[in-house]
Design a protein around this ligand. Structure first.
Ligand SMILES: Nc1ncnc2c1ncn2[C@@H]1O[C@H](COP(=O)(O)OP(=O)(O)O)[C@@H](O)[C@H]1O
Ligand SMILES: [Mg+2]
Length: 388
């Protein structure tokens, strides 16, 4: 056998595997964001305002798991840094009830900002102090200190004339514990015209109660819902990387196949793109037979994805609800599900909550329950994991 390192024609692929631009997997920035002009435009305006030293609107991106929230925030941070902004990223954490971890991330960010500000950059801030290993808090870490620290961040941004973009992912995890202090402080910073931007992301109902309560700081917080991609969005996400990276055209029939099979679910679109690239037979064009081969490969991966989700469903009522939901096509009224499972609303409530918190389901409307990933109902019905 020849050695693939010596014989570069080996591998036989029409397109070089190392140049494959697609990025399957949670949190990875896709080569192209299909169908996200509005979401990206909002973020661009925030970034532009920050570079101009203006206090922007805050944005909350919401959607089920796998629609691209984390990737979007990561991309915007990347672009913001290229434009000279400072960025700080926090991942909200359910167990961080005193906001100790979130506080330490902010302190680190403040340290990096202050490093460019020279001696005394932290002078007379509310709670941030110079310490031997970078900034520290004046007192103990708690929600109050966190709120004051966000204020300090705004103050520092103003002082140093440097825009700061704060992104916080998975905000549903920490809920009001984090959002209350954060938004209150950021709102005050905005009233002082501090160039502090806040982009948040979370599950579809993240922060809903804050809006229901009509908290004043929600006035500055725009909600942008990220859903499944429409056919044009899927087409962009597949076609653009092929065209840009490889000068490759993708047939309409292929794009239609990808959209039908993926349901426009961004997480699924990336393995589709990756497989089409790897299995290409013609360096200039992707045709239907390649899509058929790619489909077989993607199916294995997607089944694995469904199985992983299923393993997280607590046994008992939650599993029974999933089964009933699958039988009703993956989107149903709670009342109809309960008739099948034969339990009361009250008895089903913890199971329903667990499914929502796990991101397996979401509530597309009042009293409704739906799977958050397209095709999950088909998988449940064909594998019947409950009986297994
Ligand atoms: N607009 C998009 N078009 C195509 N693929 C996308 C898009 N947005 C995200 N993706 C891909 O979807 C997958 C899931 O993205 P991620 O940001 O982890 O979702 P979320 O944070 O909402 O769970 C990643 O592989 C990412 O590259
Ligand atoms: Mg995410």
């Amino acid at each position: 056998m020849p050695n693939p390192f010596d014989d570069l024609t080996m591998g036989g692929a029409a397109l070089p595997a190392s140049a494959n631009p697609f990025r399957p997997g949670m949190g990875r920035i896709p080569p192209d964001f299909g169908g996200r002009e509005d979401a990206l435009l909002r973020a661009r305006i925030v970034v532009e305002q920050l570079t101009a030293g203006v206090a922007p609107e805050f944005v909350l991106y919401r959607g089920v798991r796998g629609v691209g929230k984390t990737a979007l925030l990561a991309y915007v941070r990347q672009r913001a840094r290229q434009l000279g902004l400072a960025t700080i990223h926090v991942e909200a954490d359910r167990d961080d009830t005193e906001l100790i971890r979130a506080t330490s991330v902010l302190l680190r960010g403040i340290g990096e900002l202050a490093a460019h500000g020279g001696e005394g950059a932290l002078a007379s801030l509310a709670v941030a102090r110079d310490g031997p290993d970078g900034p520290r808090l004046k007192g103990p870490a708690d929600a109050e200190a966190f709120e004051a620290l966000v204020g300090d961040l705004g103050e520092l941004a103003t002082r140093l004339r440097r825009g700061v973009l704060l992104t916080i992912d998975e905000v549903h995890e920490a809920g009001d514990v984090l959002l209350g202090p954060l938004l209150r402080a950021a709102h005050r910073a905005a009233q002082d015209d501090a160039p502090l931007g806040v982009l948040l992301s979370g599950l579809p109902t993240a922060a809903e109660n804050l809006f229901d309560e009509g908290q004043t700081y929600t006035e500055r917080l725009a909600r942008v819902d990220l859903g499944l991609l429409g056919a044009p969005g899927t087409a962009e996400a597949i076609r653009r990387p092929f065209a840009r990276v490889g000068g490759v055209e993708v047939d309409d029939a292929v794009v239609e196949e990808v959209h039908a099979a993926s349901g426009g679910y961004p997480w699924f679109v990336q393995p589709w793109g990756e497989a089409l690239w790897d299995l290409a037979t013609d360096p200039g064009r992707i045709e239907l037979p390649v899509a058929r081969a790619a489909g077989a490969r993607v199916r294995v991966r997607v089944d694995d994805f469904y199985a992983t989700r299923w393993r997280r469903v607590p046994s008992g009522r939650a599993q029974l609800l999933v089964q009933a939901l699958a039988e009703q096509g993956g989107d149903a009224a709670m009342g109809d599900l309960l008739e099948v499972v034969d339990i009361t609303h009250q008895a089903a409530s913890p199971a329903r909550r667990a499914l929502l918190d796990l991101g397996i389901c979401w509530a597309p409307g009042r009293g409704r329950l739906a799977f958050s990933v397209p095709g999950f109902e088909r998988w449940v019905l064909s594998t019947r994991p409950v009986e297994a």
